[in-house]
Design a protein around this ligand. Structure first.
Ligand code: ZN
Length: 236
């Protein structure tokens, strides 16, 4: 697996979307489509992406906004409207709660959208919000799932990812998972990604390109580890 990043294509997205939506969201649309274009990253349903940016509100005052993939959109042909904006400062306050049911969480998300016409934000929105990084990329990559589903899967992924990736046990998506990932990343701020067993991979970075290319790199490492494991199976 290789990075599909292309400077000229990136510049086209900025030219097309930058003026109305801002450069961070323009590039977020670009690398979301790069992930969506690769069947082995999104075959098993979705994946989602986000970017944090400062956007002036109706009064011209800067607001911290999380743009995260909305339901009903595919990454492969996503538009800026497919990444609803939410009040990031408010979402981060939710981290102080002891518990939040899925139903209440969906309500908190819907009532803190910037645009009432937006689709529902991803069920993994709070995970994106609680991470400090500007760009976050998430997929349910085939190679990651195949590796974690093997016997000794956890050891295999730890070997494959090396020091750059954190490995966490499976937890259903929702508020508890968002808390757990945020806490783990705070303990290891230099991590480039988090692999959730039997679920998928999150990577992050300061730029769209960095977060995307970390994703490709970690998935590529998982792919080569699977090939090595398969070859070893063949020998035994
Ligand atoms: Zn997921």
């Amino acid at each position: 697996m290789q990075s599909l990043w292309d400077d000229r294509e990136a510049a086209d997205f900025i030219a097309r979307y930058g003026e109305r939506w801002g450069e961070p969201l323009a590039l977020r649309v670009y690398t979301s489509r790069l992930i969506g274009r690769d069947d082995t990253l999104v075959l098993h349903g979705g994946g989602n992406t986000s970017v944090k940016a400062e956007v002036p509100d109706r009064f011209g005052e800067p607001r911290a906004v999380l743009f995260v993939k909305g339901s009903g959109w595919n990454l492969a042909d996503i538009e800026p409207e497919g990444l609803p904006g939410l009040d990031l400062a408010y979402l981060r306050r939710l981290r102080a709660l002891d518990a939040l049911s899925d139903e209440d969480m969906v309500n908190e998300l819907r009532t803190h959208l910037l645009d009432a016409r937006s689709p529902n934000p991803s069920i993994e929105t709070l995970l994106h919000a609680f991470l400090p990084h500007r760009f976050v990329d998430h997929s349910h990559a085939d190679a990651i799932l195949a590796l974690t589903n093997r016997e000794n899967g956890e050891q295999l992924v730890r070997d494959a990812l090396g020091n750059g990736g954190l490995v966490l046990p499976y937890v259903m998506p929702g508020f508890p998972l968002a808390l757990q990932v945020a806490a783990a990343v705070e303990q290891r701020p230099e991590a480039e990604g988090v692999l959730l067993m039997h679920h998928g991979l999150f990577t992050f970075g300061d730029t769209a390109r960095e977060s995307y290319e970390r994703h490709i790199e970690l998935v590529a490492r998982a792919e080569s580890r699977i090939q090595a494991a398969a070859a070893a199976d063949g020998e035994s």
